[in-house]
Structure formats: C-alpha cells, structure tokens
Design a protein around this ligand. Structure first.
Ligand code: GLA
Length: 736
C-alpha cells in the first residue's frame, strides 16, 4: 500500500520504495505537513511540531485563549490565506463579498488505485509495471464554500509523487481565483540551497545555486511560455549536497505557460517552497459549480545526491510522460536545412543537400523555415501554410516524394501559433491575434501571436496543420514558437475573464496538440521555441524530443546540455553537428568534438552537406554509425555528469551507462588547454565494481572498482577543444 490513512491519529502517509511523506489533520481541521524525505515507516511524526506562544503570530478564533497554535509558524500542507499565515500562500481568492480569505479545513478524503486525471492538460500516466495510488483531500472554507481538492498520486517504484489542486466553487456566489500553487512544501528547518536553471535565448538552463536566505527568492516566467530565462524545474538540497551525496528535493511543473517557483525562509528558520502558475496577470472567474484545475507538479526526493535525483526524473519522464509511441522508438538521424540554407533555397538546393546527406548516415531530411507563403525572410507569411511554388516547383508533395525516392524520410518546420501582419490570414482575421483595442501591438521577430484562447482560432490551426500532415508524406515535424506573448487580451472574452487569457492560451495550445500531434502517432514531433525556450514536461508529453538550443556551438552546448540533464532525459534532447566557424559564436571546434557533443543527445546535422569535403563526409558517416551503434546506451541508459562545467573549466566529461552496467560510453572535451599543465585523472561512475571491463582504444582490462576509484588519466595529448570518447564493455565478473 502506498497510501495509508490512520483514522485514530488522523495521519496520511504516502510511501514510495525509498521515500515517505506525511500530513496530519490537526484538532481544528487544519491540514499540517509533517515530513517528506527518506522512507520512515508509518509512524506519527506530529511530535516534531512543538507548539509555542509566538508574539505577533495571531491564532485562529476557534482556539479561544490558546495562543500556541498559529498558522504563522505551523507547517501547512496547503496554506490558508488571510488568517494568520503571512508567508507566501498556496491560494488567493476574491470572494463574492470582495473579501480575500480562504480558510481550508479537511472535509473528507478518498484513496483509490491508479492515477488522477487532469482535464485538458498534460500529466504523467501509470506505466504497465507501475504501482500507483491516489489520495484526494477536500479542504473547504466553511463560509465561502470554496473547496481546494488536493490530489496526490504516488508512483511507488519510481519514487515519484505527483500533485495537483482542483479548486471548486461549491458556494452560491461567483469568486475570482487570483493565485493557485500546484505544490506548497513546508520544511520545519532551513539550511537548503536553491538550484535553478536560468539563461536566455541561445544560452539556456545554466545552473544557478544559492543558499536560501531570509525573505523570498523566486524564479518564473511571465512571458506566456515556460521560457529560455527560467526552467520550470528547481531543486532544494542540503547545503553540502553534491552529485553523489546529500538530500535533494526536485520540483517540476508540467506546464508550458507562466509559472513561479518561490522559496521563503521565515522568521523561525523554516522553509517554504511554492510552485504553480504565476499569479501576475492571472485571475479566473469561478461561478457556482465551476472548477479550476491547476497544472501537475512532479516531486522526487533523493537521499544520495543530484545524480540519483536526475535518474528518478529521467526514468519517470522516459516512461510515464510522453504519449507518442516515438518515446520508446529509435529516433532517426536528421539533417536540418536551417543553418544550411536559411530562407534561401529551391528544390534543387534542398535535394542536393539531401542527396549528400544520404551518404552520411542520415535517415531524414528536415525542411526548416521559408517553404510557405512568400517567406524570403522572417517578415511575412506566418499563418499562410501553403507552399511557395516559386521555391518548390513541384510543391511539398513533389519534394517529399523526391526525398523518399532517395531512401530518406521527410520532415517539415511549422510555427502554427503565430501570424505575420503581412499574411492573408492576418488580412482576413486581424482580430485573431492577441491585442489590446486602441493600442498598437508589439512585434517580436516581426510576428504577432494568435489568440489560442479562442476555439475558432484553434480549430483553424488544427485544420491547417492536419491538411499538411494528411496530404504530404511526412515523418517528422519541428513545431516552433518564436516569440513571447504581449498585449494579452482577447477580442472573444468578456471583461472579467481577461485575466484568464494567459492560461487559456496554454489550454488552447494543448487542445491543438491533442488534435494534431496525438492524432498522428506515427509522426515524430520535435518541440522548439527559438531552441529551448519551451523545454518543459508538458511539451514532452506531446513531443518526445526538443531542439535544445539555437546555439549549436559544441563548447556552449556542454553547459546547455549539462543544465538540461538535471531534469530531462538525454532521449529528449536534440543536438546537431553544425559547421565551423560556428554561426552563433564564430568558434572553431574539431568535427570529431562536434560529433561527441551531439551524441550527448538525439544526434543529427545542421549544415550544408554539399559544402563538406569527402573526408568530412566520411567522418560524419562514421559519427552517424557510431551514434546508431551506441543509441541504446545513450537514450536508455543512466546519465552521469562527471564534471561541473560552471565550476571546473579545464574539461567537461560525462558518461552514459546501460541499466545493467554492462556497457558505457565515456566522453570528455578539453575546454581550456594550458601548456605544461597538470596531469588530471577522472573517476568513472555507474559501473559494477566487481566486474571487469575493456575500454575501446586502450590496452588491457580494468575492474569497475578501479575505474570508479582510481580513475583514468586524462590523455595529455589532447589539444584545445579536442575530445575522447571511450566505449566501455563488461567482459566478465558482473551480474548481467
Ligand atoms: C527558430 C528555431 C530555429 C529555426 C528558426 C527558423 O529560431 O529555433 O532552429 O527553425 O526558428 O526561423
């Protein structure tokens, strides 16, 4: 049993194989949080709470003269608002009488087998071999009768707890929901570090780690998408925690829109984490009987460092998130036309690129931006999804047929959420973009954002996409989104619902994806938003892989891929070999190193194959073959970060290891070469200490114990930006 309700003690205990989580209904009906961490058995942990008379901490009225039960310091499972708790809250409601108060008390609960459902939004599902149980607890405000239903699904073997909250207006008056967190987690102590992943376009998910200080620290997005700037994933860990030791809590939001994750250290050295939809510009009208469902948060706890925490997320996100059959299929090696041709191409140029690529081990040719309307640059045509027959003389179908005749598959770029002012779509429906009446609309990359809060707009997009997918032989779609939202107002919504538009945009996006991506399970979809601007679990529910960054520089990618790997499995991360000097940084890096770095992901090419020498093409073909040979180790294995590129600048190393520890791929890139430098050694991870291994390219054999404790010398012959990749094979001794 993963969920235990103890009637006499009024405790709810959630148990996974390695973790425990406990709450208790207090004597006044408030739901207190007692514990989350390494598994302890189903004991009552309420002894941890020491009641005290705290000056300036008011107590609820029903306590009479008892001054020791203030919600200002008690750990709450879902905070009340407007009575006694002054910390960052779980909910904010404007009631029918204008008051802003919510005092939720436990009304009832329900425990059942399987996973809860969220309507219209992605969430995890139970796999065939998972034991999943769900607990729902109703917290009701007795006066307004607004009810927050807290939902928890416990993935026992995966050591994952998912959460969501359903807010129901069971009262008689309309209310406005002004803020709702998917997860609140109170800790009765402090001393944590807050780790988050920040960045910008072309430099996403750089790791930031800072001690949690008094006050409130937060990350988030108010850009209408999960964003390049902050990822909806954060870690709270013991201050000394590293890759292999220390308690670490992960929080991941399955949502692609505005979000916030805040951490607060209070006056009594306690810590509270909140994660959910960003409250800025958010409000949701709930008429009597209406229900609002918050996005899902996925929590995990590792008692042995960050690597194990990542493995918990990787396993869950590989097996319990994506609905596409492609999640478990071997992905093709693609060549993408963007950096090869940008907007400047015709059939002949594309076919030449594809023809040469066929000899480089490529399986699929992707035609990127520029194929539709009159799109010779990024100023026009978004919304007009008909091929430009000036460029494609035989249309998309003709091109696709020709590519297939070469033995390659065909992929296409689309950006369906956008419209250009210079487009037939905009000319016929100027009201279909987000805009505020009488105000000019801000442009981003010369484009405007379609109003996905409108069903007619969504249905039009569904029809345009399906028209392409059903009439052209297409095996791959790159779904892009190239600007953030502004002027968030919808011509189709009434005044009091304008605060819903950011969220309704995201619901509209999921509705479109439900009716395009999920209805075409054999097409492989790749997510993109100027690279990794929408790298979140909700996108991975639809699209098994995401173009990780518009920065294809192999050295920059070391940091980007490192940061991405904390939450997201390598099988979700698309990474391509491009030309040098690199188009983003002008840096020159050996082709071999570009290959090694691209193999730390779903491998492909982003270059003009007709401009490569024969030697380069041969090298690329060998890279494709190597990648295909090692695909199961890379995509399905466990991932080990061997160095932190933000702290240690000489080289970056990482390792993929099969789950049975019989094979591993070790990679290292030298990032800062100094003359006459120190001999460095690197210790491997994840091997069987008792087994013997052979390392491709090195003489002799090594025990797992030796490789993990004594390590390997970093070859002194490596020059700046050169790399090594070793295939490590178990030859005897281990458990297979
Ligand atoms: C975005 C993508 C690129 C490319 C361009 C096309 O920037 O991230 O890979 O597709 O759009 O306009």
């Amino acid at each position: 049993m993963s969920i235990i309700y103890n009637e006499s003690k009024k405790t709810y205990t959630l148990l996974t194989a390695e973790t425990a989580y406990q709450m208790k209904v207090s004597e006044y009906g408030y739901l207190l949080h007692l514990y989350y961490g390494r598994r302890v058995e189903d004991e009552d942990l309420s002894y941890l709470i020491q009641l005290q008379d705290r000056g300036f901490s008011p107590c609820p009225n029903e306590l009479g003269n008892d001054r020791t039960f203030s919600l200002d310091f008690l750990p709450q499972e879902f905070s009340t608002d407007g009575n006694c708790d002054y910390r960052t809250g779980s909910i904010e409601v404007e009631n029918g009488d204008g008051s802003r108060i919510f005092v939720g008390k436990v009304l009832k609960h329900k425990i059942y087998d399987g996973k809860y459902q969220i309507h219209g939004m992605p969430s995890l599902h139970a796999g065939e071999n998972d034991t999943v149980q769900t607990l729902e607890i109703w917290l009701q405000d007795e006066v307004s009768r607004v009810t927050a239903v807290l939902c928890y699904s416990v993935f026992e073997e995966k050591n994952i707890i998912t959460r969501t909250v359903r807010v129901e207006n069971s009262g008689d008056h309309p209310v406005k929901l002004k803020g709702i967190m998917s997860v609140t987690l109170d800790f009765m102590d402090s001393g944590y570090d807050f780790i988050h992943f920040d960045g910008r376009h072309m430099m996403e998910r750089e790791l930031t780690r800072q001690p949690v200080a008094y006050g409130i620290q937060s990350i988030g997005s108010i850009r209408g998408s999960s964003s390049h700037q902050h990822n909806p994933f954060a870690i709270l860990c013991e201050s000394g925690a590293g890759e292999d030791w220390g308690g670490c809590y992960g929080f991941s939001l399955v949502y692609s829109g505005n979000f916030i994750c805040s951490v607060e250290k209070d006056q009594f050295d306690q810590t509270r984490l909140n994660m959910g939809i960003h409250p800025k510009h958010f409000s949701f009208l709930l008429k009597p009987g209406d229900v609002f469902e918050a996005p899902e948060a996925v929590m995990a706890y590792s008692d042995r460092g960050l690597t194990h925490l990542s493995h918990l997320y990787h396993d869950a996100y590989r097996e319990n998130l994506c609905r596409s059959p492609w999640a478990s299929r071997i992905r093709p090696v693609v060549i993408n036309s963007w950096e090869a041709a940008y907007f400047d191409f015709d059939d002949e140029k594309l076919l030449n690129i594809a023809r040469e690529a066929a000899d480089m081990g490529v399986d699929l040719f992707v035609l990127d931006d520029g194929w539709f309307g009159k799109r010779d640059d990024d100023c026009s045509s978004l919304g007009d999804w008909q091929e430009d027959t000036q460029k494609l003389k035989h249309g998309l179908k003709g091109l696709s047929d020709e590519i297939h005749r070469m033995g390659l598959q065909f992929g296409l770029w689309i950006e369906p959420e956008m419209v250009s002012e210079d487009s037939d779509l905009y000319r016929s429906h100027p009201d279909w973009c987000l805009h505020v009446p009488k105000r000019p609309v801000s442009r981003g990359r010369y484009q405007l954002v379609l109003d996905l809060s409108r069903k007619d707009v969504c249905d039009h997009i569904i029809q345009s996409i399906n028209n392409i997918l059903d009439n052209v032989q297409i095996e791959y779609i790159k779904w892009d989104m190239n600007r953030n939202i502004t002027e968030t107002w919808s011509a189709a919504s009434e005044k009091e619902r304008q605060g819903e538009i950011y969220h309704r945009y995201i619901l509209g996006l999921y509705y479109i994806m439900d009716h395009t991506i999920l209805t075409h399970p054999d097409i492989l979809f790749c997510g993109c938003s100027g690279g990794g601007g929408r790298y979140d679990p909700a996108m991975l529910y639809y699209q098994p892989q995401i173009w990780c960054s518009d920065d294809t520089d192999a050295v920059c990618r070391l940091k980007i891929q490192y940061g991405t790997s904390f939450a997201y499995p390598i099988s979700t991360l698309e990474s391509h070999v491009s030309v040098c000097p690199n188009h983003q940084t002008m840096r020159t890096v050996p082709l071999a190193t570009r290959g090694v770095v691209a193999m730390d992901g779903i491998f492909g090419f982003e270059l003009d194959s007709t401009k490569l020498s024969k030697e380069e093409k041969d090298a690329c073909r060998i890279q494709s073959e190597t990648y295909k040979k090692y695909y199961p180790i890379i995509a399905d294995g466990d991932y080990y970060r061997l160095t932190d590129p933000f702290q240690f600048t000489e080289y970056t190393a990482w390792q993929h290891v099969t789950k049975d520890r019989t094979e591993s791929l070790f990679s290292l890139v030298l990032t800062e070469k100094e003359p006459n430098d120190a001999q460095r050694y690197i210790r491997l991870k994840g091997l069987d200490p008792k087994a013997w291994y052979e390392i491709g390219g090195l003489p002799g054999r090594f025990s797992g114990s030796l490789l993990m404790n004594a390590g390997l010398p970093v070859p002194g012959s490596l020059g700046q930006y050169s790399s090594v990749q070793y295939h490590i094979q178990m030859i005897s001794g281990g458990k297979r």
